[in-house]
Design a protein around this ligand. Structure first.
Ligand SMILES: NC(=O)c1ccc[n+]([C@@H]2O[C@H](COP(=O)([O-])OP(=O)(O)OC[C@H]3O[C@@H](n4cnc5c(N)ncnc54)[C@H](O)[C@@H]3O)[C@@H](O)[C@H]2O)c1
Length: 346
């Protein structure tokens, strides 16, 4: 049964999956958010539950191994699904059917078929429940500044974009990241951040072609851990997305994005200490726009809590958008499979 959420009270939350995303990315921010009250956590590994107890000794919450126990708790109104990608479908589906609002980490699933079913389920419940997929770049302050600059029209129509994202494939890759059918490789895990952001800015994709391969020697032999993706948009814009999981362990997480519009160019990169955006226009000195705190996770969680507590509900990131981003990433995978063939995502 659904426990209705009032706009004035904190949302009672359960977290499913206490790995990097659950423990390091979401928990610390949710603990800081006065609109969130964590009631329970679930993880299939005892060791993770113990680690949680040691890290948060003052957080008196229910700790369970089976997430179903958490879903049966009527006090819990919303869940964060931060478990491995291949579990997203089953857990998010069960959570929706148990009447919970659901925040689920990206990608929505490693299977387009599963993602399609999940979107159908979420849409049939959209009057009373929220499903939000964590495409955090839509909340990353410097990327948000890019989107606002484009939407303002001050630098004209966007025409060419370039995105780069590199980090070594996460430790523990033997569990799921290194298995092509479970994580979807670098395309579903890293490239999808930039693909989703580009679609948000530039609209639908008309065709995709990509090259890539398995460079690191870690994981399945058919795992794509490096990819170059070219996207053509229905608007006539084009973009290049390069993603690399095959860098050395000591290589710092590196991201960069630039977009050329008819009247100027905006770019961001995480190489500065603070997040900021550079605006370059003809006959003008380059402008550095505000350094911001980098806290996209807090901001996306806050947007989720907003949608849970407001009526009508409306997911801040429509589930069908997350499905579409997955389809484009999947088209890139198909293109690599056929050695750069042009693929038309539907
Ligand atoms: N948005 C981002 O920036 C970002 C960053 C990292 C990871 N992610 C996403 O978050 C998800 C998790 O990634 P991760 O790096 O935290 O993985 P991880 O392996 O570090 O952690 C996953 C945790 O889930 C637990 N788990 C597995 N099956 C479970 C189940 N059925 N019930 C409860 N717990 C279960 C595991 O025991 C583990 O503790 C992935 O989909 C990944 O793509 C997103």
């Amino acid at each position: 049964m659904m426990n209705p959420v009032s706009s004035s009270s904190a949302v009672n939350i359960g977290i499913i999956g206490l790995g990097h995303a659950g423990m390091s990315l979401h928990l610390p921010k949710l603990c800081r958010n006065t609109r969130a009250s964590i009631l329970a956590v679930a993880d299939i590994q005892d060791e993770r539950l113990t680690k949680f107890s040691l890290a948060y000794p003052n957080l008196k919450v229910k700790k369970v191994r089976d997430y179903q126990e958490l879903l049966e708790d009527e006090k819990i109104q919303a869940v964060f699904v931060t478990s491995p990608t291949p579990t997203h479908f089953e857990i998010a589906m069960d959570a929706l059917r148990a009447g919970k609002h659901v925040f689920c980490e990206k990608p929505i699933s490693s299977s387009v078929e599963e993602a399609t079913q999940l979107v159908q389920e979420a849409e049939s419940r959209s009057q009373s429940q929220v499903l939000m997929i964590g495409h955090v770049i839509r909340y990353w302050p410097d990327y948000v500044a890019i989107k606002r600059t484009i939407d303002s029209g001050t630098i004209g129509e966007p025409v060419i974009a370039r995105a780069y994202r590199a980090i070594r494939m996460p430790d523990g890759w033997e569990d799921f990241y290194g298995k092509s059918d479970q994580s979807g490789g670098v395309l579903f895990d890293l490239s999808i951040h930039d693909i989703d952001f580009l679609i948000w800015c530039l609209g639908n994709v008309s065709s995709v072609y990509a090259q890539g391969g398995h460079l690191s020697g870690r994981g399945d032999r058919d795992l794509i851990d490096y990819a170059q993706v070219h996207l053509d948009f229905e608007s006539g814009a084009m973009a290049y997305v390069e993603s690399n999981w095959a860098v050395p362990k000591s290589f710092p997480f590196t991201t960069a994005f630039e977009i050329s519009c008819r009247g100027g160019m905006v770019s961001v990169s995480n190489s500065q200490a603070h997040s900021s955006m550079e605006l370059t226009m003809d006959d003008q000195e380059k402008l550095i726009r505000n350094p911001w705190e980098r806290d996209g996770y807090f901001l996306e969680e806050d947007a989720f809590l907003d949608s849970v507590t407001s009526t009508p509900h409306g997911s801040p990131i429509a589930p069908k958008d997350a499905l579409y981003s997955l389809k484009v990433a999947n088209a890139a995978r198909e293109s690599i499979h056929y050695n750069g063939k042009e693929v038309f995502p539907k």
